[in-house]
Design a protein around this ligand. Structure first.
Ligand SMILES: [Zn+2]
Length: 417
């Protein structure tokens, strides 16, 4: 690592970073140490205002694009060179934790401040971005801000999306943008030279391995389906079993068949039925309908395609008595991160003598959209017992600081290349 990079990394301040997590966690605090900061809510606005206060105190430039993605920029020597970007999201799940997403924004700001305090100049600008609506808890789908930024979806598709109270996203967005007038408007399509996102792992692997840094190799692919099983409702006491068209019995047979399909001794394949609606849902009646969700995930493109493609036919064959409809509801191809950015992260961790390992991400992140438009990768740090999307989510101040140091070093390397 260069001498000036080493000086900058030494300025990463563990206490300041931890204090800011504590301050952010007060916004939308819920019992059990969690937070509820829905996208484009008054809590989201408060967290944006706090971020801007910190950014402006340091004299950084701030911008917002039309979907409310917020950018904090430290200029580089070459004004026209595409910036290196880092960041994550500030919204949370309704019963979310204090670190999911917000850590990536605060670590980015910490890295930027450390770099600024050391006085080091970079060829490219470095930008910290807070993406709008990553979680999708209030407005669906998730990862909206990065999807629109990367050109994968259009803003117009989302303006009319309504939350459970009937509020349109377009109205909530306008209110949010009006609350941060110091963020200068910026159009979509600003090119980026590279993107590095830091995030808590939201799984147990780093903690189990005793390593503070994960170099993330990619994000696993997902295939989602709704399976609808239709039979006939009958009296639970009087109807002979052999004459029934029992939707629950067939649903169980389908789920067993899908469990056989996705059985994996290495525990890489993830199969989940997380939602099930039974009609009429009465103990005294044979069920006429069952609707359930299927979620299959795997990091290898060929494997997720094979598994996902097999679901509809297998489900239909497994049902002995009922009609079965299988509706695909989501296809996310696996995302493979850039080897150059992964190498820069790994070099930074090794130079700082921080034990590290490569691992894929089980969850989706904004980085999967950035990976479509520029070289991208992620840094993970451990979280307690792998727990996330839960009030009990927790991480150690020293691990959070280690992630910010690796981030600062990687950003400096990328901003000078
Ligand atoms: Zn997140």
């Amino acid at each position: 690592m260069r001498e000036d990079s080493r000086n900058a990394v030494a300025r990463v301040d563990q206490d300041r970073l931890w204090r800011r997590h504590t301050e952010m966690a007060r916004i939308g605090a819920i019992p059990g140490n969690g937070v509820n900061r829905a996208a484009l809510s008054k809590e989201d606005i408060a967290s944006r205002r706090l971020l801007l206060t910190w950014a402006r105190a340091r004299g950084f430039e701030v911008f917002a694009d039309p979907i409310g993605n917020l950018f904090v920029r430290r200029p580089g020597v070459e004004a026209d060179a595409p910036p290196v970007m880092t960041g994550s999201h500030m919204d949370s799940q309704p019963r979310g934790g204090r670190f999911d997403g917000i850590y990536g924004v605060l670590a980015g700001l910490e890295a930027l401040e450390a770099i600024d305090e050391s006085g080091v100049q970079t060829r490219r600008a470095i930008e910290v971005v807070a993406w709008t609506n990553e979680e999708g808890g209030r407005f669906q789908p998730c990862t909206m801000g990065s999807a629109v930024y990367a050109g994968a979806r259009g803003l117009d598709e989302f303006l009319g999306v309504r939350d459970n109270d009937g509020v349109a996203l377009g109205d909530a967005l306008q209110e949010t943008l009006a609350a941060t007038p110091e963020a200068r408007p910026r159009a979509f399509g600003t090119p980026a030279a590279a993107y590095v996102e830091v995030h808590i792992e939201q799984g147990p692997l780093l903690e189990k391995a005793g390593k503070p840094i994960g170099v993330v190799t990619g994000i696993q692919g997902q295939r989602w389906f709704n399976v609808e099983v239709s039979g006939r409702t009958d009296h639970a006491g009087t109807t002979p079993v052999g004459l029934r068209r029992d939707a629950v019995r067939d649903a169980i047979a389908i789920i067993n068949a899908l469990q056989d399909l996705t059985r994996d001794p290495d525990d890489v394949t993830r199969f989940t039925v997380g939602r099930m609606l039974v009609t009429p849902n009465s103990p005294n009646s044979v069920a006429s309908h069952v609707l359930f969700s299927v979620d299959v995930r795997h990091p290898e493109p060929a494997t997720i395609k094979r598994l996902g493609d097999a679901v509809p036919e297998l489900a239909r064959r497994a049902a002995a008595h009922c009609d079965v409809k299988v509706l695909p509801t989501l296809v996310h191809d696996p995302c493979l991160f850039d080897s150059g950015v992964m190498d820069a992260i790994e070099r930074a961790a090794n130079d700082l003598r921080l034990p590290n390992m490569r691992l894929p991400s089980g969850a989706g992140h904004d980085a999967m959209y950035m990976a479509r438009i520029c070289p991208a990768a992620m840094i993970f740090v451990p979280c307690e017992n792998g727990i996330s999307h839960n009030e009990a989510e927790n991480a150690k101040p020293e691990d959070l600081a280690a992630g910010a140091r690796v981030l600062a070093a990687a950003l400096l390397e990328l901003a000078n290349s």
